[in-house]
Design a protein around this ligand. Structure first.
Ligand code: ZN
Length: 408
């Protein structure tokens, strides 16, 4: 992605607070034939397995600044603590396979992780670079919630504020799975939707302004156009969560932390307020190096590392999570190593290095039995899916059937 594309895609960057009108950036396609949303099925099992925190070490991070040189790593907590001291298993030779049509980018990598399948993704809006992808096979959250009776607010994806396309990775179009088993997104976009819905309900607007605000809310909610029953998107648990958030940070969006620090804060709040069993955090800020100086990249890696440390510490201080939580860390894609560029890792243009990533799985020994091990074998990013399925004990029939842990 070049600078212009990046700026287009991240139009929200640098604008102030929540005054952004996401609703008008892109319109969703017209609703197509939608299947009625069925009630959540009965007879699912209670979940008693470990909690999983899946950290998308995102915005494209290659091995060099993370795991290749431990003494110079920009993510010392992840490397020295989670891996070395807490008994993690490191997969230093993980890659995104070089296949026709398989891209090394953020949305794609996220969906490879979530579905366990390499696939060509085409934007469903037909708009240039809007990266609005839909998974054709189930996501991990769907597998999980189809087997276990876990409410949607305990299967969470924590998203950044300037990648609206990622709001839609919560479920696939698979007919057996899909929206009934979707995850719930925590993001400022969702907060803004909540605020607007509440303000309209409380009679804050009237006349033409009311009409305009109602239209705006409809646009925002309809971005997730596959969801027919809007009432299911706003659950009492999420409304209560955002009400507390508003009490603490106000309405402006200016007081809360920004960027990837916001994702950490949302995740910490989620652990406390919602008690997720499975939470994916889509960190993204190292990607700012597309249009900024190299320090953006290094600093952003460290901010994610610090975030993982805080989240790990929070789980250790909470009975529900202590000794019962597995961390899985994996980048969405790598970055270039182009020595002819002033910043060799500015982009990720499907080069060898942008295929080269890593993964780390760390948790109590009964869930992650091989401690302090580096698995010196090439692994695929799509193996992460089955690995999480094994840890949480749910089948992943449409994902690649290799598990990272079996390979150890
Ligand atoms: Zn990028």
């Amino acid at each position: 992605m070049n600078r212009r594309d990046f700026l287009q895609k991240s139009g929200a960057v640098g604008s102030a607070g929540l005054s952004l009108s996401f609703a008008h950036q892109q319109q969703p396609p017209e609703p197509q034939d939608q299947q009625p949303v069925e009630p959540e099925p009965q007879g699912r099992l209670p979940y008693t397995g470990p909690n999983v925190v899946l950290v998308r070490f995102g915005g494209g991070v290659r091995r060099r600044e993370t795991i290749d040189f431990p003494e110079n790593t920009y993510c010392p907590f992840i490397y020295h603590e989670l891996y070395q001291r807490q008994g993690g298993v490191l997969f230093p030779k993980m890659e995104i396979e070089s296949l026709e049509g398989i891209q090394t980018s953020h949305g794609q990598g996220t969906l490879y992780i979530l579905t366990g399948k390499y696939d060509r993704y085409e934007d469903v809006t037909g708009r240039f670079l809007s990266d609005r992808f839909e998974a054709k096979v189930p996501t991990l959250f769907e597998y999980f919630r189809r087997k276990y009776d876990v409410p949607a607010h305990q299967a969470l994806i924590v998203n950044g504020e300037d990648r609206i396309n990622e709001e839609f990775y919560t479920f696939s179009n698979h007919h057996v799975y899909g929206v009934r088993y979707s995850s719930t997104v925590l993001s400022l976009y969702r907060f803004k939707t909540f605020l607007l819905r509440e303000e309209i309900a409380n009679g804050r607007f009237e006349g033409r302004e009311l009409e305009q605000k109602q239209r705006e809310l409809r646009d925002m909610e309809n971005r997730d156009y596959r969801v027919e029953n809007r009432a299911r998107v706003a659950t009492p648990q999420l409304d209560a969560f955002w009400r507390k958030w508003r009490e603490h940070y106000g309405r402006s969006g200016m007081v809360n932390p920004r960027g990837d620090r916001l994702l950490t804060t949302l995740s910490l709040w989620a652990l406390r307020e919602l008690k997720p069993k499975f939470m994916m955090i889509n960190y993204q800020d190292p990607d700012y190096v597309h249009w900024g100086p190299r320090q953006f990249y290094h600093r952003a890696i460290s901010i994610i590392d610090e975030g993982v440390r805080e989240i790990y510490n929070a789980t250790q201080g909470d009975e529900q999570y202590r000794d019962n939580t597995v961390f899985v860390v994996v980048p969405d894609c790598g970055r270039d190593s182009n020595r002819s560029m002033p910043v060799p890792y500015q982009h990720h243009f499907n080069t060898r290095s942008s295929h080269q990533i890593f993964a780390l799985i760390a948790g109590p020994r009964r869930f992650v039995p091989h401690e302090r091990l580096a698995v010196d074998r090439t692994q695929q990013q799509i193996y992460v899916a089955k690995s999480i399925g094994e840890i949480m004990d749910f089948p992943t029939p449409h994902a690649n059937n290799r598990s990272l842990l079996a390979a150890t």
